[in-house]
Each structure stands twice: as C-alpha cells, then as structure tokens.
Write a protein that binds this ligand. Structure first.
Ligand code: NAD
Ligand code: UDP
Length: 361
C-alpha cells in the first residue's frame, strides 16, 4: 500500500516516514522544502535502507500534485493525459494521504495571516480536490491541541469545546470543519483528525530531529540550542502560573510515539470509520522547569535560564486524555520525558547546526 506524505521532509513527517517504512508501507513524499531540507529524507533513507520517491512541489500546485497521483504504469505506457474534467478514479496508485504540509508558528501567523491561510487552507483545498479527482478518499490530518484553546478542565478529551485565538489555530480548526463538511457531502471519505500535543525528541539514531530555521519558538529546541552553545540562556515565560512550580505545564510527546500514532491511524481508515478524531498525547503534564532539569541530566550540562514575563496567548496547563486513541487505534505513547531529552540531545550534539553539513557553530 502506498502512502503520500505531504510535508514528509519536515520534523514530524520525516519521523513518520521512518515508522511507515518500518511497518511495510510504500512512501511517496511531497514537500516544497520551505521549512525543511532534502537532507532529512536522505537520512530517513539511511535509517531505513530504502529509497523514497520525493517530489519537491508546493501542495497549492494542483498540476504538480496531479502528476504525483497518476500511476507509474500509466506514465510508463504513455497513456494520453486525461482531460481535467474526466474522473480519474481507479488510475491512481496512492491508497491514503498523510497531510503534514503547512506553516506552524503561532507568532508568525499573527504577522503573516495571508501566508498561513494560503499555505494551510488553500493548500489543503488543492490537495483535497486532487484526491477527489483521483478517487483517493483516505486522509490523516495533522491538527493540534491548540484547537481546545484554554480548556475548562484537564485532561482534555476529544469532545471538549473548541476555540482558537490566532490565525494558525484558526487554520487547523477551519480545516477540521472543511473535512467534516466534505464527509457529509460524500460519506465515502475516511478522515482521521489527529490532535497533537507537544511533539519533542528525535529518532534514536540521532540522524533526524527538529531543525527550526532561526531562533526556535518551542521550548525543547530552544533548550537544546542553549545546551550546545548556540544560544546563551533560556527565557522561561512566567513562573506565576497555577501549576506545580509556577511554570507552564504541557503534554510533551516523543516524536517517534507520535509517528507511530499515524501508522496506527491508517488501518483504522481502511475500516471506513468516516471522520474520527484522536488526541495524540501521553496523558501526563510536565512543567517547563521539569523539562529543564530533565535536559540537564540528559546532557550533563547546566542550562542557564532567566524568568521573564508570560508569553502572550500562553495557557497555564494542557494535557491530553489519550484513552480514545488507545482504545480505538491500539496506540499508546511509551517513551518517557528522560528519553525525549536524551534523544533530543543525541540529535543536537551530533548535528549542532541541524541538517547543515557545514558546521559554522
Ligand atoms: P515542519 O515545518 O517541520 O513540517 C512541515 C513541512 O511542510 C515542512 O517540511 C515544509 O517545508 C512543508 N510545507 C509547508 N508548506 C508547504 C506547502 N505549501 N507545500 C508543500 N510543503 C509544504 O512542521 P512539523 O512540526 O513537522 O509539523 C507538521 C504538521 O503538524 C503541521 O501541519 C503542523 O501544523 C502540525 N503540528 C505540529 C506541532 C508541533 O509542535 N510541531 C503541533 C501540532 C500540530
Ligand atoms: N516556553 C518557555 N520558553 C521558551 C519557549 C517556551 O518558557 O523559550 C514555555 C511556554 O511558555 C510553554 C511551554 O514552554 O509554557 C511550551 O511552549 P512551546 O512553544 O514549546 O509549545 P506550546 O505549548 O506553546 O505550543
């Protein structure tokens, strides 16, 4: 079975490609490399010993997507290209799409809403139109715990009320709604909406990991860059929250556990469940300072930090009730926070400048 992975060169996508290949799926990747490097896919090939079909393209480019959906045999036999209006159902070798491609920085989305709506919404619409054209109606979509806003209770269950406060979050919620509308219009679609909590860590090989452009927005990559000497100290955004030690609490989940949530979501899609939604988290909350301490242990260095005011838009605490995914997908996160920190350190210390092969410090 062949799976198209949009955004497959990115952080979560590359780790998911590893798990997919390990579980015997054929993988095709489309990515415009706007926030990633093709080196990541070469590393996935090194880890798995398999070559990956890669198309560098923007998902908003329907012509480029169409080419990917056309079967190889059709291309090899030089069948006349079908006219746009014709239904191409049955001519496609792709069985399902895992859709990671999109922009993901909350702060940037406030500065550049049009880019976010274009990449995330227009991009998803283009993908869905081409999928429909080729009769590929199985989709796994990357949503986010951000759609729960500031939750009224913890842990968070899938049926909690949804609310969003920034353009990034709005793109995720709008896409969830678009997907539900699509299923109402045509029940032969099967769609798994996965709401990720806080993905961190790296593949155990240390060959792939999170490689943000510029100064990281997220906690663990920031800590890792402090540990490796690229940044002088961590800013801890607030220590006056109503939490265990006053710092923010999040459900950090190892990216390899998150990746296996996708391989578990695929067989479920093929049972024709319609639209299903799952939290992917560990069910446990850890504070910012707990993460700092765990990372210090993993790297054997002190992480200098300063307490600074709260970051606008942050909530005190957020963690998942992941029991629905356990029950229906037979999926559970197993890796500890210690392992998340060790694997992040292994990746960061082996690749101090990420996927750049020239180490400029
Ligand atoms: P990432 O930026 O590492 O990966 C996204 C990939 O999509 C990148 O390789 C990028 O080049 C590609 N891309 C972006 N726009 C594209 C376009 N128009 N056409 C083709 N490719 C495009 O991010 P990630 O952390 O791996 O996140 C993957 C998905 O998971 C995103 O949809 C993100 O919103 C979602 N998500 C991430 C987190 C997180 O904390 N990392 C949390 C919740 C949800
Ligand atoms: N955080 C921090 N310093 C940083 C980045 C993040 O103190 O440089 C805190 C942030 O306030 C939140 C937690 O770490 O409590 C996780 O933030 P992140 O941006 O990684 O993920 P979010 O939960 O906001 O999506």
């Amino acid at each position: 079975m062949k799976i198209l992975v949009t955004g497959g060169a990115g952080y979560i996508g590359s780790h998911t490609c590893v798990e997919l290949i390990k579980d015997g799926w054929d993988v095709v990747v489309v990515d415009n490399l706007s926030n990633s490097s093709s080196e990541a896919l070469q590393r996935v090939e090194a880890i798995t010993g398999r070559t990956i079909e890669f198309h560098q393209a923007d998902i908003r480019d329907k012509a480029a997507l169409s080419k990917i959906f056309k079967t190889r045999s059709e291309m090899h036999h030089h069948v006349e290209p079908k006219n746009e209006e014709q239904n191409n159902t049955g001519n496609c070798s792709i069985d399902a799409v895992i859709h990671f491609a999109g922009l993901k920085a909350v702060g940037e989305s406030v500065e550049m809403p049009l880019e976010y709506y274009s990449n995330n919404i227009t991009g998803t619409l283009a993908l869905l139109e081409v999928m429909r054209e080729y009769g590929v109606k199985n989709l796994v979509f990357s949503s986010s715990a951000t759609v729960y806003g500031d939750p009224h209770a913890l842990p968070i269950k899938e049926d909690f009320p949804l609310s969003v406060t920034n353009p990034y979050g709005r793109t995720k919620l709008m896409i969830e709604e678009i997907l539900k509308d699509l299923h109402v219009s045509d029940p032969s679609w099967n769609i798994s909406i996965l709401r990720y909590f806080n993905p961190v860590g790296a593949h155990k090989s240390g060959k792939i990991g999170e490689d943000p452009l510029g100064i990281p927005n997220n906690l663990l990559p920031y800590i890792a860059q402090v540990a490796v000497g690229r940044l002088p100290f961590l800013n801890v955004f607030g220590n006056d929250y109503n939490t265990v030690d006053g710092t923010g609490v999040r459900d950090f989940i190892h990216v390899s556990d998150l990746a296996s949530g996708h391989t578990k979501a695929l067989p479920k899609l093929f049972t024709n469940p319609g639209v299903v939604t799952y939290n992917l988290g560990t069910g446990r909350g850890h504070s910012v300072m707990e993460l700092v301490r765990a990372f210090e242990k993993a790297c054997g260095r002190e992480i200098p930090f300063k307490i600074v005011p709260r970051r606008a838009g942050d909530i005190a605490a957020c963690y998942a009730d992941p029991s629905k995914a356990q029950k229906e997908l037979d999926w559970k996160a197993t890796r500890t926070v210690e392992k998340m920190c060790q694997d992040t350190w292994n990746w960061q210390s082996n690749n101090p400048t990420g996927f750049n092969k020239i180490h400029t410090g």
